[in-house]
Design a protein around this ligand. Structure first.
Ligand SMILES: N[C@@H](CCC(=O)N[C@@H](CS)C(=O)NCC(=O)O)C(=O)O
Length: 278
């Protein structure tokens, strides 16, 4: 059993993510309020890169809740998005809402999209089913597993996380089998090289699972030809990779979850008290 070494979460990006921060330091119409370790931020951040929408990246400490963060995100959670082209500026919060917003902006400007075309409502609905599963099952089970302390609870939580990944695979296969035109279905589809909504929705937790759950819980992602190929396509996609930090940043930042320190975060408190995530 490892011991809690008291490491703190980081507040400065490293590796590829740091290079990307440096390239997005100039004022723009949109400011992304982010924190280097945060998977909810990474969803939006990788999407900004993919959609080719100009933005400024602004690092904040969401646990200190600075005033400028609270102005854009009422609970002081990252990501937040500030819309500087309004006077006075407007703001949005919630990663899924911000994602839909910047995707709509892109459809009307750069022409890029993370989603199937609006002319294919069934394909869109299948992608939304995948994303709903990620939010309501994959993400809560990731934190339950990481925060579980007793060994038998850990074993069960690990099974639950594993099963949640298997259910996601079924939903990915369903879209592949049921939708003829694969545009917008993301990297699961063999010939697709474009990021899709489910890739950015799930990718940040799967990525952290390979580093953090592996280190603290000895977890391995399930293996299978199609799943391995998908996961690699997501992790090595240039727009995902450019928002990844070095492994040490995640190991340090998640130690507080792995030892379930009191008051780690709003997410950790929600998991401990059996409430839905904030
Ligand atoms: N539902 C939110 C969750 C965002 C979230 O929980 N972000 C964490 C960082 S990973 C945070 O800001 N935590 C601050 C806190 O716990 O006070 C979203 O999807 O944007």
């Amino acid at each position: 059993m490892q011991a809690d070494s008291g490491k703190r979460y980081r507040n400065e990006c490293t590796g590829n993510a740091l290079n990307t921060v440096k390239m997005h330091a100039k004022e723009q119409d949109l400011t992304l309020f982010g924190s280097c370790f945060c998977p909810f931020v990474q969803r939006v951040w990788a999407s900004f890169e993919y959609l080719e929408i100009p933005y400024k990246y602004y690092e904040v400490d969401p646990y200190k809740k600075p005033k400028d963060l609270l102005e854009v995100s009422p609970k002081g959670l990252v990501p937040g998005l500030k819309l500087n082209n309004f006077n006075p500026p407007k703001a949005l919060n919630e990663s899924t809402v911000i994602l839909e917003y910047i995707n709509d902006l892109a459809v009307n400007s750069t022409g890029r999209s993370l989603l199937p075309p609006a002319t294919n409502p069934y394909a869109l609905a299948l992608v939304r089913l995948q994303c709903d599963h990620v939010n309501r099952s994959l993400i809560p089970s990731f934190y339950r597993y990481l925060q579980a302390q007793d060994q038998d609870v850990q074993i069960n939580a690990g099974k639950e996380f594993h099963e949640s990944i298997e259910s996601l695979i079924e939903l990915l296969e369903r879209s592949e089998n049921e939708v003829a035109l694969a545009v917008g279905l993301g990297l699961w589809i063999t010939k697709n090289e474009d990021l899709g909504l489910v890739d950015v929705m799930a990718g940040p937790w799967l990525y952290r699972a390979t580093i953090v759950l592996k280190h603290y819980r000895g977890f391995e992602l399930p293996h299978g030809e199609k799943f391995d190929r998908w996961v690699n396509k997501v992790f090595y996609h240039p727009n995902f990779k450019s928002t990844c930090n070095t492994d040490d940043l995640y190991l340090d930042s998640y130690e507080r979850y792995a030892f379930n320190r009191p008051n780690t975060s709003q997410v950790a408190n929600a998991v401990n008290s059996g409430r839905g995530l904030p």
